[in-house]
Each structure stands twice: as C-alpha cells, then as structure tokens.
Design a protein around this ligand. Sequence first.
Ligand SMILES: NC(=O)C1=CN([C@@H]2O[C@H](COP(=O)(O)OP(=O)(O)OC[C@H]3O[C@@H](n4cnc5c(N)ncnc54)[C@H](O)[C@@H]3O)[C@@H](O)[C@H]2O)C=CC1
Ligand SMILES: O=C(O)C(=O)Cc1ccc(O)cc1
Length: 329
Amino acid sequence: MFGKIGLVGIGPIGSSLARVICRERLAGHIAIASGGIETLKRAEKLKLGDTYTTEANEAVRGADLVVVSVPVGASGAVAEEIEPALKEGAILTEVGSAKVSAIAQMQPVVPEGVHFIPGHPLTGTEKSGDAGFADLFENRWCILTPLEGTDLTALEKLSEFWRRCGANIGTTDPQHHDTTLALVSHLPHIIAYNIVGTAADLETVTKSKVIKYSASGFRDLTRLAASDPRTWHDMCLHNRDAILEMMARFLEDLAHLQRAIRWGEGDKLFDFFTRARAIRCSIIEEGQNIDASGYIPSARQSGIRRSLAQQTAPSPRHPQGRCQLDPSL
Ligand SMILES: NC(=O)C1=CN([C@@H]2O[C@H](COP(=O)(O)OP(=O)(O)OC[C@H]3O[C@@H](n4cnc5c(N)ncnc54)[C@H](O)[C@@H]3O)[C@@H](O)[C@H]2O)C=CC1
Ligand SMILES: O=C(O)C(=O)Cc1ccc(O)cc1
C-alpha cells in the first residue's frame, strides 16, 4: 500500500502496527523511531522494522505514511520534530486516546501539502513496552476524526490501511470522540484504579485481609487497574474536561442508586439492574466478545460468534434466549 511507513513510537500500539504491517505486506520499508534506546534495541531484536533510529525526523523522511504512537502529552513535541522532514503528499496520522488535545498540539505545525488525519484504534492491552501483537486491531473499531477540508482520497487510503490491519472504520468529530471515550474507556479505568485503592485502604484500616477474599467479580472489575499508569495519567491530563463531565454524571447516577438502597426501594433496584443486564447482553450479542485480558478476539478466528449465537438462541428453558454473563465470552 505504501512505499515507506514511518512509525514514531513503538509501545503496544506502534509495535502491533509494525507486526501487522509486516504480516500484511503493507509497506516496502518500515522505519521505526523511538526516544528510548532500550525499546529501540528490543524492536530491532524482534525485527519489527527495516531501519531503527532515535531521531523521529529520520524515520519519517520520505515516508508516504507516518503513524505517531506516543503519549498524547508528547504529540506536540514529536510533531515539531518531524515537521521539517515530512514529505509533500504524505499521510500523517496519530493514534492518541484523546483527540482534541492531540489535534491542538499537532495541527498548527503540520505543513501544507501533508494530509493530517487523526485516528484512534479502540483496542489495547494492559501490557506496556513493545508487547504488541499483529492481531490487536482485528475486528476492532478504529475511529478516524478527519478535520475540515480533509482530502477524501487520503482519508480513503488511511481507512483502507486500517481495514487491512483488521479494523473496522468509524468516523466522528474529535469532541464527540473524547466525550464518548471518557465514558466508555477512561472512566472505567479510573473506577478500576479507585476501587483497588479503596480495598487496599480498607485492608490498612481494618488490619485484615480484603483483597485476598475477593471473588471473580472484583477481579473482573479491577482488570483495568493493571494498565500502564503512564497511559492513564496522560489521559486524565489530556481529556480532563470530558472525564470530569462523565465523572459528574456517574456520581449523580451512583447517588440515585445509593438512595434506592438506603430506602430499600427493591423494585427500583431490580428494574435498574435488569436494564443494565440487558444492555450488557446486547453488547455481547453484537459480537463484542470480551475476554479476561480485555482483548476482544476476532470472532472470525475464534469461532466465538457461532458459540454466542448458540448461547443466546431461544430454547425451551430460556424462551427469551439466554445471556451468559461470563466475562470469558
Ligand atoms: N496502550 C493502549 O492500550 C492504547 C494506546 N493508545 C494511544 O496510543 C498512543 C501510544 O500508546 P502506547 O502504544 O501505549 O505507547 P506508550 O504511551 O507507552 O508510548 C510508547 C512510545 O512513545 C515514545 N515516547 C514516550 N514519551 C515520549 C516523548 N516524550 N517524546 C517522544 N516519544 C516518546 C516511547 O519511546 C515509545 O516508543 C498513546 O497516545 C495512547 O493514548 C491508543 C489505543 C490503545
Ligand atoms: O481494555 C479496555 O477495555 C480498553 O479500554 C483498552 C483501551 C485502552 C486505551 C485506549 O485508548 C483504547 C482502548
């Protein structure tokens, strides 16, 4: 698809991209740049690319596609560094989890003639470093947030690139992206970190075991707390307003629940839980299969879609169809 692809940043996302680009033969040459010399050495050892450098501008020189996969807080500095070396007509994208901030940092320095199209693959691992894998994007959404005046041919080419990496393409505007992700990705991580903190505090205060006795519910809920703290510290700083707005809504809804519990409003609680259960079931029925690692495996590869269809089909015992809430689905 591309003569040369420059990958700036080789964490979980950059290293997964390197692997899938290589597997699908999407580039004649993969140039990898990372500020961390150790990471770069590992990337070379793993043969993730063709050339390796600590100088981002070297990696992007002559590239037809440049993918910036660094913490959102570093995207402005990276854009300034690569700007003089970007080729006329090249596509420049970044994969940051907060679009408004990444765009505000990068757009002002993108030279005319370079097609800047931000995006965000909605997939991740709790792992850090270069622990990516070629299947990471398989059957997952990649949300593109094209800016006003974006060249449609470049947009289609980038969309095709992500499709060949296995992703499904969605488009939206940066603000809507950030508000949505604040609720469906950033807030769950914050809640996970927080509940682990609460349990640890309770242990200290009561001088007794708490976490040791946790059943699988607590463990499922806290899986996200194993994520790289740097990513989520970055997110709280760079999607601050949207996260605060979603936290406020969440706390308001939690207060309603608290009140219903305090007053023993059983019907209200039952209806509320039933509604939430139905929503979770519909997510599963749509094929958003979530395994315990957070990685949603390809339905195509795992055959899970078929087994889910069996589980949710009506049966004499379950005339409405049944929904298994086993997180391993
Ligand atoms: N990890 C995840 O699950 C996901 C992350 N993202 C986004 O992808 C981007 C990359 O994230 P990860 O792959 O987790 O990698 P990461 O955030 O760990 O960053 C890895 C790369 O960025 C480079 N880097 C770090 N600080 C830098 C700086 N100040 N200047 C220049 N380069 C620097 C490192 O050398 C390394 O090569 C982030 O913006 C994140 O929001 C998007 C989807 C999922
Ligand atoms: O594991 C999960 O549920 C995630 O939310 C993974 C994830 C992490 C960061 C992103 O920007 C997008 C997706």
